[in-house]
Design a binder for this molecule. Structure first.
Ligand code: PEP
Length: 252
């Protein structure tokens, strides 16, 4: 059995004060009996990590970041090192989000380096893959996602792979309100699992959690989470309000 994992990606939203308010509202609304069998993670902007950390210690919500630099330290103006994320209380980090790929030149090779660096300090990488609309329309969705997996996960051992979470996020569904149908999402998740099986073996493929991301909302989460290969959600817009994120976290 794979423990479902629901993560909120706050992107470049929330001041420190707003982040603290949102975390307090989430903690206040969390139904402990519903979340005992699932993992919940919030990924605020870097500037809010230190402020929200003390609120989350000992709660059912863990802390993650939205990106990381692969080097342990150095002259990399503006970048944040893996050890710094651990220092501020993060247990996970999103790597290779499509917005990083699209606007900041993230490549499968840089994703691969960042995964290694994150694992090196004990952070759980949440590795994002997903195709553009034009690629899906051209029948290339599996080829694109397969390529991202091959490049991003190159050289990892089975033991390392077990520590990762994969997030399938079709780019055309992110922030658009245009969710993949549960059947289409399930088909891609099954494909991803088959690729994991080919590279790491059946046992690892069965154990690795694959989140769906792309306009997950309170009104579609239950159907998505009912799919056999969907093990969680990476949530953007709906993670910015306590009531909508809580409803997603409390999926049935
Ligand atoms: C995301 O940021 O990863 C995401 C899926 O955003 P949204 O839920 O807004 O589509």
């Amino acid at each position: 059995m794979r423990t479902p994992i629901i993560a909120g990606n706050w992107k470049m939203y929330k001041t420190i004060g707003e982040a603290v308010e949102l975390v307090k509202a989430l903690l206040g609304g969390l139904d402990a009996s519903l979340v005992k069998d699932r993992e919940v993670l919030v990924c605020p902007p870097y500037t809010a990590l230190y402020a929200v950390r003390p609120l989350l210690v000992g709660t059912a919500i863990s802390l993650g970041a939205q990106d990381v630099h692969p080097e342990p330290q150095g002259a990399y103006t503006s970048a944040i090192a893996p050890g710094m994320l651990v220092d501020v209380g993060c247990s996970a980090v999103i790597i290779g989000h499509s917005e990083r790929r699209q606007y900041f030149g993230e490549t499968d090779a840089s994703v691969n380096k960042k995964i290694g660096a994150a694992l090196g300090v004990g952070l759980r990488p949440i590795v994002c893959v997903g195709e553009l609309k034009a690629e899906r329309d051209a029948g290339q969705a599996e080829a694109v996602v397969g390529g991202q997996l091959a490049g991003g996960l190159a050289g990892l051992s089975a033991e390392q792979m077990l520590k990762l979470v994969i997030a399938y996020e079709p780019v055309w569904a992110i922030g658009t309100g245009d969710t993949a149908t549960p059947a289409d999402a399930q088909a891609m998740h099954a494909f991803i699992r088959s690729r994991l099986q080919a590279q790491f073996g059946a046992e690892v493929a069965e154990a690795v959690r694959i989140q769906y991301g792309g306009s997950v909302k309170p009104d579609n989460v239950d159907e998505l989470m009912a799919q056999p290969d969907i093990d969680g959600a990476l949530v953007g817009g709906a993670a910015l309000k306590a009531d909508s994120f809580l409803r997603i976290v409390h999926f049935r």
